[in-house]
Every structure is written in structure tokens, then in C-alpha cells.
Design a protein around this ligand. Structure first.
Ligand code: AP5
Ligand code: MG
Length: 214
């Protein structure tokens, strides 16, 4: 099963993608997590990506597409994967479609997690992230067992650098301009599904499972 998660920053793509990955036994591939891991490890890619991410801008397509096309060809992705945060521009979507055509493969579902902008800023200020394993929490809606500590790997949780309210607004503007057009793109491919992301996260997941099947 090959799945793309669409939706604004903070809509809950990462939260739902993790649950999908667990239930269906497929890897969760998040370009944001890959970039943040590279920043943490001080790689060249991380240094380049950070300048864009800190401003709420997208990392250039040429640094992003090859990375994902390589990743989806790894052994663990042969039965499928859930892409989170990629594609997020029309050129990235075209790059992915071309690569999949060459591989004789295709996307089965593009799930749009729909949340209006006014709900987003609150969610972001309460989010805490683990930069080591990519787990995401919320101080109210999805608290870790011990405050400030990742349930999954024990590392410290942080407020992401790009979760400041002014940067969140910039990310929302970028989303509407560059990423929202993908909803039409995948609708045109006949694979678009939409879920109401303002519900409780367990209810959002039930809606996702209703689409993907038990
Ligand atoms: P990325 O890491 O992908 O960030 P994003 O798209 O801005 O999305 P987020 O991770 O902020 O939100 P999410 O939808 O995953 O929400 P989450 O589940 O955490 O990208 C970061 C940056 O990297 C980009 O700005 C860009 O610079 C760069 N980048 C990445 N990919 C790129 C690409 N392909 N091309 C170019 N640049 C790229 O949930 C948010 C919070 O809400 C959490 O605290 C969660 O616990 C809580 N929550 C979730 N669901 C619910 C619910 N139903 N009810 C209540 N709370 C909830
Ligand atoms: Mg995310």
C-alpha cells in the first residue's frame, strides 16, 4: 500500500502516518524528519535545509526529490510506505509520478488531513518533538508519559525551531501557495481521499482506516 499524506503544517500528517505505519507494517517516510535528523547530525544536507526551514520556506525541490526516490527503493519499502511531507510542490509530485512510472509502481491513496488555519497555531505551540526518533507529542492532546521525555526512545523533547507563531504563519502561507494545488493533482489521478482532521486523533485514525481497509 503506497500512501501520501497531504495537509497543512500541523494538520496531523505525522501523527496519523506513524499510526498507519504501525498498523499496516510499512515504513513512515517523513522528509521533515529526514531533514531534522541531518540538521542534528550536522551534515551538509542539514546545513542547507536549515536555512530554509528556519524561515518557514520549502527546501529546494532538487535537494528533496532524489532523496525520496532513493528511499522508496529500499528493501523495507517494497510492500509500500507512507510518505509524510512529500510531495509538497507540483514539481515534486511530477518527479515522484515519473519515478513511479519507471518503477512500474503507483500511489494508491493520497489522504488529505483537512484542518482550517485557525486551529493550527494552537496545535503547534503545544507540540513537542523528538529529534532523535521523530516521535511527536502535544502537551494537552497527546502528552508523553514523562514530561519532556520521549516515550519511544528516551531522548529529550523540544519545541521545534519552526513552531514559533510567526514562522507557523509563513508555513501556512507557503502551504496554500505551493502545496494545496496537490489536492487537485491527486484528485485528477483518482486517488484523493479526505478526512476531517479537527476530530480527536483516534477518530481521525478511524476515518483513515475506513479508507485504507482493516
Ligand atoms: P514537516 O516536518 O513536514 O512539517 P509540516 O508539513 O509543516 O508539518 P508538521 O510536521 O508541522 O505537522 P504535521 O501535519 O505532521 O502535524 P503533527 O502530526 O506533528 O516540514 C518541516 C519543514 O521541512 C518545512 O517547512 C520545509 O522547510 C521542510 N520540508 C519538509 N519536507 C519538504 C519537502 N517535501 N519539500 C520542501 N521542503 C520540505 O501534529 C501537530 C500537533 O498537533 C502535534 O503536537 C500533535 O500531537 C497534535 N495533533 C495531531 N492531531 C491532532 C488532533 N486530531 N487533535 C489534537 N491535536 C492533534
Ligand atoms: Mg510532521
Amino acid at each position: 500500500m503506497r500512501i501520501i499524506m497531504l495537509g497543512a503544517p500541523g494538520a496531523g500528517k505525522g501523527t496519523q502516518a506513524k499510526k498507519i505505519a504501525e498498523k499496516y507494517g510499512i515504513p513512515h517516510i517523513s522528509t521533515g524528519d529526514i531533514f531534522r535528523a541531518n540538521i542534528k547530525n550536522g551534515t551538509e544536507l542539514g546545513k542547507k535545509a536549515k536555512t530554509y526551514m528556519d524561515q518557514g520556506l520549502l527546501v529546494p525541490d532538487e535537494l528533496t526529490c532524489d532523496l525520496v526516490v532513493d528511499r522508496i527503493q529500499k528493501d523495507d519499502a517494497q510492500k509500500g510506505y507512507v510518505l509524510d511531507g512529500f510531495p509538497r510542490t507540483i514539481p515534486q509530485a511530477e518527479c515522484l509520478t515519473d519515478a513511479l512510472n519507471k518503477l512500474g509502481s503507483k500511489i494508491d491513496f493520497a489522504i488529505d488531513v483537512d484542518v482550517p488555519d485557525e486551529n493550527i497555531v494552537n496545535r503547534m505551540s503545544g507540540r513537542r518533538a523528538c529529534l532523535k526518533c521523530g516521535a511527536t507529542y502535544h502537551v494537552v492532546f497527546a502528552a508523553p508519559k514523562t514530561e519532556g521525555v520521549c516515550d519511544a526512545c528516551g531522548d529529550h523533547l523540544v519545541l521545534r525551531d519552526d513552531d514559533k507563531p510567526e514562522t507557523v504563519q509563513k508555513r501556512l502561507d507557503v502551504y496554500h501557495e505551493q502545496t494545496q494545488p496537490l489536492i487537485d493533482y491527486y484528485n485528477g489521478q483518482g486517488v484523493l481521499k479526505s478526512v476531517d482532521g479537527t476530530q480527536k486523533l483516534e477518530d481521525v485514525f478511524q476515518a483513515v482506516v475506513a479508507i485504507l481497509g482493516e
